[in-house]
Design a protein around this ligand. Structure first.
Ligand SMILES: [Zn+2]
Ligand SMILES: [Zn+2]
Length: 98
Protein backbone atom coordinates (compact mmCIF):
# COMPACT_ATOMS: atom_id res chain seq x y z
CA UNK A 1 0.00 0.00 0.00
CA UNK A 2 1.13 3.50 -0.76
CA UNK A 3 2.33 5.72 1.98
CA UNK A 4 0.01 8.70 2.27
CA UNK A 5 1.24 12.09 3.29
CA UNK A 6 -1.86 13.76 4.61
CA UNK A 7 -0.19 16.98 5.60
CA UNK A 8 -0.12 19.59 2.86
CA UNK A 9 3.62 20.25 2.35
CA UNK A 10 2.94 23.83 1.22
CA UNK A 11 0.68 25.25 3.93
CA UNK A 12 1.12 22.60 6.59
CA UNK A 13 -2.60 21.86 6.91
CA UNK A 14 -3.95 18.40 7.58
CA UNK A 15 -5.83 17.20 4.54
CA UNK A 16 -8.71 14.73 4.28
CA UNK A 17 -7.70 11.43 2.69
CA UNK A 18 -10.29 11.89 -0.05
CA UNK A 19 -8.93 15.24 -1.14
CA UNK A 20 -9.22 15.81 -4.89
CA UNK A 21 -5.84 17.48 -4.87
CA UNK A 22 -3.03 15.01 -4.67
CA UNK A 23 0.07 13.82 -6.34
CA UNK A 24 1.27 10.30 -6.81
CA UNK A 25 4.95 10.18 -6.21
CA UNK A 26 5.67 6.52 -6.81
CA UNK A 27 5.53 5.03 -3.35
CA UNK A 28 4.00 8.08 -1.70
CA UNK A 29 0.78 9.91 -2.18
CA UNK A 30 0.93 13.56 -1.23
CA UNK A 31 -2.31 15.32 -0.40
CA UNK A 32 -3.03 19.03 -0.77
CA UNK A 33 -5.82 21.19 0.61
CA UNK A 34 -6.38 23.08 -2.62
CA UNK A 35 -5.30 23.51 -6.22
CA UNK A 36 -3.07 26.52 -5.54
CA UNK A 37 -1.08 24.48 -3.01
CA UNK A 38 -0.74 21.63 -5.49
CA UNK A 39 0.36 24.02 -8.22
CA UNK A 40 2.88 25.61 -5.98
CA UNK A 41 4.28 22.26 -5.03
CA UNK A 42 4.63 21.24 -8.67
CA UNK A 43 6.42 24.49 -9.41
CA UNK A 44 8.89 23.81 -6.67
CA UNK A 45 9.16 20.05 -7.01
CA UNK A 46 12.54 18.77 -7.95
CA UNK A 47 12.75 17.65 -11.55
CA UNK A 48 15.16 14.84 -10.87
CA UNK A 49 13.56 11.45 -10.89
CA UNK A 50 15.19 8.47 -9.25
CA UNK A 51 15.55 5.98 -12.14
CA UNK A 52 15.10 3.06 -9.76
CA UNK A 53 11.98 3.86 -7.76
CA UNK A 54 10.58 6.83 -9.71
CA UNK A 55 10.58 9.19 -6.76
CA UNK A 56 11.39 12.87 -7.17
CA UNK A 57 14.72 13.76 -5.69
CA UNK A 58 16.05 17.12 -4.53
CA UNK A 59 19.10 18.63 -6.16
CA UNK A 60 20.71 18.50 -2.78
CA UNK A 61 20.51 14.71 -2.59
CA UNK A 62 23.87 13.24 -1.63
CA UNK A 63 23.09 10.12 -3.65
CA UNK A 64 24.13 10.92 -7.18
CA UNK A 65 25.97 9.24 -9.97
CA UNK A 66 27.68 10.63 -13.06
CA UNK A 67 26.53 8.76 -16.11
CA UNK A 68 27.89 9.66 -19.56
CA UNK A 69 28.02 13.36 -18.80
CA UNK A 70 24.83 13.78 -16.84
CA UNK A 71 24.08 13.48 -13.23
CA UNK A 72 21.60 10.99 -11.90
CA UNK A 73 19.86 11.49 -8.57
CA UNK A 74 18.72 8.81 -6.17
CA UNK A 75 16.55 8.99 -3.08
CA UNK A 76 18.77 6.68 -1.09
CA UNK A 77 22.03 4.85 -1.11
CA UNK A 78 20.06 1.65 -1.69
CA UNK A 79 18.50 2.85 -4.92
CA UNK A 80 21.91 4.00 -6.13
CA UNK A 81 23.36 0.59 -5.35
CA UNK A 82 20.51 -1.14 -7.20
CA UNK A 83 21.11 1.07 -10.20
CA UNK A 84 24.81 0.43 -10.22
CA UNK A 85 24.31 -3.28 -9.95
CA UNK A 86 21.89 -3.23 -12.88
CA UNK A 87 23.93 -1.02 -15.15
CA UNK A 88 27.44 -2.00 -14.46
CA UNK A 89 27.76 -5.48 -13.08
CA UNK A 90 31.47 -5.76 -13.59
CA UNK A 91 32.41 -2.23 -12.59
CA UNK A 92 30.82 -2.21 -9.21
CA UNK A 93 34.06 -1.48 -7.43
CA UNK A 94 34.50 1.65 -9.52
CA UNK A 95 31.47 3.40 -8.01
CA UNK A 96 31.78 7.12 -7.75
CA UNK A 97 32.27 8.30 -4.23
CA UNK A 98 31.44 11.91 -3.67
ZN1 LIG B 1 -2.60 23.93 1.42
ZN1 LIG C 1 14.68 5.62 -4.81
Amino acid sequence: MNHIISKDPICGMSVEKDSKFFLDDCHRKILFCSKPCLDQYLKRAPKNVDPVCGMRVENSSPYTLEKSGHKLFFCSVDCRAVYQRRQDPEHQSKCIDL
